[in-house]
Every structure is written in C-alpha cells, then in structure tokens.
Design a protein around this ligand. Sequence first.
Ligand code: AMX
Length: 426
Amino acid sequence: MSMLKEKLADLFPRQKAEVAAFLKEYGDKEVSKVTLAQAYGGMRGVKGLVCDTSEVPPDKGLIIRGIELKHLTEKIPEEILWLLLTGELPNDVQLKDLQAEIKSREDVPQYVWNVIDSMPPDSHPMTMFNTAILVMQRESQFAKRYAEGMKKDEYWDPSYEDMINIVAKLPAIGAYVYRKRFNKGPRIESDKTADWAKNYAHMLGLPDPNGEFTNLMRLYLNLHSDHEGGNVSAYSAATINSALSDLYYSLSGGLNGLAGPLHGLANQECLGWVLETMKKFNGAPSEEELEKYAQETLDSGKVVPGYGHAVLRITDPRFDAFLAFGKKHMADDPVFQIVERVFNVVPRVLSQVQKIKDPWPNVDAGSGGLLYHYGLKEFSYYTVLFSISRALGICAQGVVARAMGYPITRPKSLPINKYKEIVGAK
Ligand code: AMX
C-alpha cells in the first residue's frame, strides 16, 4: 500500500468518528438561514455544504487545509494533493512515494487516443478532454467493486484508486488534446523521470529552453487545484459522486460545468478581451483607452472577463501569484503589460457599477497573458489546463466524501406559489 493510502486508512476512520460525534451532539443546531432572494439567487452565501479540503473566506481567498495560498505557491501539485487529502504537507520520502505511485499509473489506454482521434476536429478542447475522462469510466475500480457488493466502509478505497489512476493520466490526455486539436504534430511520450507538472509541460511540446514554462505549469497546476465545495464544478461533481457514480463520471460532469463562460471558460475569454483592446487601439492601449473599452463592454451588456467573483471580495491571491511570476519573468512583454494595466483600470470602472459586488480580478485575469508569453496561444485550450489542476481538488473531495459516508445530495426545491405561501405574499 502506498504511504498516502496508508495514512488515509489510519486517518479516515478517526475523522468519520469525529463527524459522527459532532453530529450527535450538535446535529439540530442551525447553521444558516435562507432568504427568498438567496433561493432565487443561486444559493449565494447559504451554508449547507461540507468541504474540508479547502475554504475561501471572502476577505482572504483560498486556504487549503488551514494554509493560506500565499504560503503554498512554491509547492508542487503532488504536495498539494497530499495536503488536500491529509491536512499536512508531505515530507520528501512521502512525496517521492506519491510521485512513484502516480508514475506507475500514467499509461493511457489506446482506446482513449482513438476516441479523441475520432472526434470532429473542431470540437472544443474541453469536449475532447471531458469525453476522454468519461470514456475511461470502464476502468473504474469503484464501479467494479460496487457491482461485486463492497461494504460502505470500503467506498473510499477504490475511490482512491480511481483518483490516482485519473490524476496520473490527465497530463498525457490534456497534452494530446492540445497537440491533436491544434495540429502540433504527433503525441509526445511521457518523460519517465519528470514530476507531474514538468511531464505535462514536456508532453505539450512547447519550447522551454530555461525551464520557465515548466515552472509556470507547476504554479498553474498548483493554484487551480481546489476552491472549496460550492463552485459549479466542485458542487456538480460532488452531487454526481453522491449518487455513487464513480470519479470518472463525477469529474467529467463537474468539468463540463467548468467549461461554462462564467466559470472556467473565463480564462479563455480574458486574454481574448485583452487582445481585442490591442486590435481596437492599434497596439498597447493607454489606461484611458482601457477605461473606455471596459465601459463599452459593460454598456453592451457583456461581462468583463476575469473580474468579479461569487465569493471573493478582494484581489484573488491566485491572481497575485500570477502577477508576481509575470513581473519576475516577463516584465517587458507587451501583453503582460496590458494585463497589468487592465488591473490598474478595471476595478475602478467596475466599482462604479453598484450591482457588481466584487470589482477585483479573479484567477483568470492573469494566467492567459503568461501562457501567451510562452507560446501557448490557443485560448480555447486554457480551460483544459484549469481542469487538469482542478481534478486534484474534485477527486480529493470525492475520496473524502466517500470515506465520511456522506449521503446522496438532495436539497429541496419549491415552485413560486409555495414560496409565496411561505413569505405570505398575495
Ligand atoms: N463584468 C460585468 N458585470 C459583472 C461582472 C463583470 N466582471 N461581475 C459581476 N457582474 C454583474 C453580474 O453579471 C450581475 O449582473 P445581473 O444582476 O445583471 O445579472 C451583477 O453584476 C451582480 O453580480 P455579482 O453578485 O457581483 O456576481 P455573481 O456572484 O452573480 O457572479 C461571476 C460572479 C464570477 C459569475 C461574475 O463576477 C462574472 O460574470 N465575472 C466575469 C466572468 C469571470 O471572470 N468568471 C470567472 C470566475 C472565476 C472562475 O470560476 N474561474
């Protein structure tokens, strides 16, 4: 048994007992109230979900198992996966053990390549990626063991196996989607000595003479890993998983939510918006021109992508981390300079619109400019990158949920007449 699995086998029963005791004593205490506006408003702010892997306080941003993101930016994604699951960072031996476990599972079945090859060549990269995950469902250990009649206490074990099998294969699948979809040449074989993010950078096949792009991939795959339980992709995946659909079904379903323009697709739209400004103003726009363009975007009824958030009320610390990377490695790049300039201007413009609750940049406002600098210029691919990273959090949340024995998700919906009765409306 791998060190991570052994640790979880020890940890989970104790955590499950803690939850049971907690519920026994406090189960009938109220934790949240719901207004009519919240029922009609996407359940914003309603506390009714549980997620232990991470939390997102509006004034701080992402905290993974008690550690603020700003203290985690130097870590690699495998360390983050360990942290998400156990609440601790791994030591060197534990990290190597997890990396070896992932490496041993990275071979992708041939039929996955065949399925990607047979898709219409203009399919969205997210459709290709999510289809590849779904088509691998036949590999699910959970589904197999469930059909054999495994006990409830064992659910987390094959979920863990599914998680490692999926996580191990995603870099190769994501990289192939890039090469296939954008005619970049044949598939590049895995580098058996490289860590997860480095291997992904290698298989994408972009020039990386001094390893900076690899470092960006390490940062990128770290920063997008998790964002508590209520965002569209995590919540959708958890809901699917709560029906005991395995992690292949759940992850693919959740990532279909990430493919929406108000969620993960925003990073594809963001850089597009920045480059549009360059086109419109024949080169790098001034702050005044950007202000005008942002206003025009709002007036035409569109959103300014990369700005605003359903939970955050500050500059997203993930954006800060990308900005710091850009300042260090590409301060003179004209696209990066516009990204910085947009940051100087857009919050001011959005602050003047009363209904917008958060005028600050989210994670998607900065990442595209950095990818573009290293030659990853196909915007429609950017959400696949996001997905490879977010798979860590979604899968970890699924393993934890099955270990805790959480039941099927089933909030209550009502039609308008029932709500009218409840609030006493005529
Ligand atoms: N530009 C223009 N209008 C915006 C805006 C923006 N960046 N952010 C919010 N608004 C508008 C909303 O569309 C909404 O208008 P409506 O009442 O007419 O529908 C109003 O302001 C109130 O919205 P809110 O309560 O401040 O935000 P929300 O929780 O409803 O939505 C989000 C959050 C992210 C969908 C929204 O800010 C947005 O559309 N931003 C642009 C897209 C984006 O960057 N998405 C990525 C989010 C991060 C991620 O998941 N990757």
